[in-house]
Design a binder for this molecule. Structure first.
Ligand SMILES: NC(=O)C1=CN([C@@H]2O[C@H](COP(=O)(O)OP(=O)(O)OC[C@H]3O[C@@H](n4cnc5c(N)ncnc54)[C@H](OP(=O)(O)O)[C@@H]3O)[C@@H](O)[C@H]2O)C=CC1
Ligand SMILES: CC(C)(CO)C(=O)C(=O)O
Length: 290
């Protein structure tokens, strides 16, 4: 397949590396320096050895024709991508955490697909990513689109599983529960994901946040709480993406994640109200790109 990937941070590099081994991948980046590096060196993914070759372009030069375009920028940069001329008729797959983007991507492009990433990835440089946790990517179409099953089957490999999910809301909301609990708590306390299980006070706060999210999203608390604890255990040595944003002085995705639970409303969510303010307070202290 011919694939376009917008953004070459942790997830963009990871996706381009694996897909580039079997398909033709074009990567769209913001910076000339990164474009030159990718054209020259391809992408290296630790702990693997051989780099993958990709074609690199600047986002503001416009898009080529692709079978699918994959958007891997953070929620805070999504609006910059949505105002570019996304091609009509081409499926655009959005891989952001959270659900704050669902409404706006439907307005901005005519074939929006969404996905959830269960890998851990850390950008080490403009052309190098560390695959810190192996998982899978699930993808779903917001409106019915028969191309998605075939695309998932073509992209899927044992080494980098990509699965089709029937129900986008079910897929995104289940991941949202995980992110609305693990991400802000680890960011607030500056601890790795395992602290959700090992610190009894954090575990109690996690349970409260999980209860609130499940009642708003109408999901089974016992199912999601079990699943969340398994994910915290599987990723116990990871820093969550929100903790990384705080450490690096970047804006977090708190509004698209926990803010979505508050906005959706219908139930009192005092723990979410507290955690959103707490993360904004940390952002304000660390501000560099606010
Ligand atoms: N990393 C992880 O392990 C996981 C991440 N996710 C989710 O995946 C999404 C992406 O996260 P992640 O890869 O970690 O984020 P990063 O910050 O590592 O990467 C985002 C990239 O987008 C680039 N970018 C921003 N605006 C544009 C633009 N207009 N055109 C082209 N490129 C642009 C940035 O470029 P520049 O550097 O030049 O600013 C940066 O390289 C997030 O929603 C995150 O929550 C989900 C699960 C795990
Ligand atoms: C699952 C989890 C919490 C893994 O770190 C994640 O998705 C993130 O950090 O954004």
């Amino acid at each position: 397949m011919n694939i376009g990937v917008i953004g070459a941070g942790s997830i963009g590099l990871l996706v381009s590396y694996y897909l580039g081994r079997e398909h033709q991948v074009h990567v769209y980046v913001n910076r000339e320096e990164q474009k030159d590096g990718l054209s020259r060196n391809g992408i290296t993914c630790l702990p693997k050895e051989d780099p993958t070759s990709v074609q690199a372009h600047l986002t503001n030069e416009g898009y080529h024709n692709h079978d699918v375009l994959i958007v891997t920028v953070k929620q805070s940069h999504l609006d910059d991508v949505l105002v570019t001329d996304l091609p009509d008729g081409t499926p655009v797959l959005f891989l952001q955490n959270g659900m704050g983007h669902v409404e706006k991507v439907q307005t901005a492009c005519d074939v929006p697909w969404v996905g959830v990433v269960e890998h851990g990835a850390l950008k080490m440089g403009d052309t190098e990513v560390h695959h810190t946790g192996k998982g899978k990517i699930a993808i779903a179409s917001i409106a019915p689109d028969e191309r998605i099953t075939e695309t998932a089957a073509s992209l899927n490999t044992n080494d980098f599983p990509i699965e089709f999910h029937e129900d986008y809301y079910d897929m995104l909301s289940s991941k949202l529960v995980v992110n609305t609990v693990i991400n802000p708590l680890t960011a607030l306390f500056g601890l790795k994901n395992g602290s959700i299980l090992t610190n009894p006070y954090i575990n109690e706060l996690a349970e409260k946040l999980c209860e609130e999210a499940c009642s708003v999203l109408e999901r089974s608390f016992s199912y999601e709480w079990n699943r969340l604890q398994k994910i915290a255990d599987n990723t116990k040595a990871n820093q969550s993406s929100m903790l990384k944003d705080i450490i690096e002085g970047r804006r977090t995705e708190i509004d698209a994640i926990s803010g979505y639970i508050i906005e959706k409303g219908g139930h009192p969510v005092p723990y979410h109200r507290f955690i959103v303010k707490a993360i904004h307070a940390l952002e304000a202290e660390n501000r560099r790109d606010l």
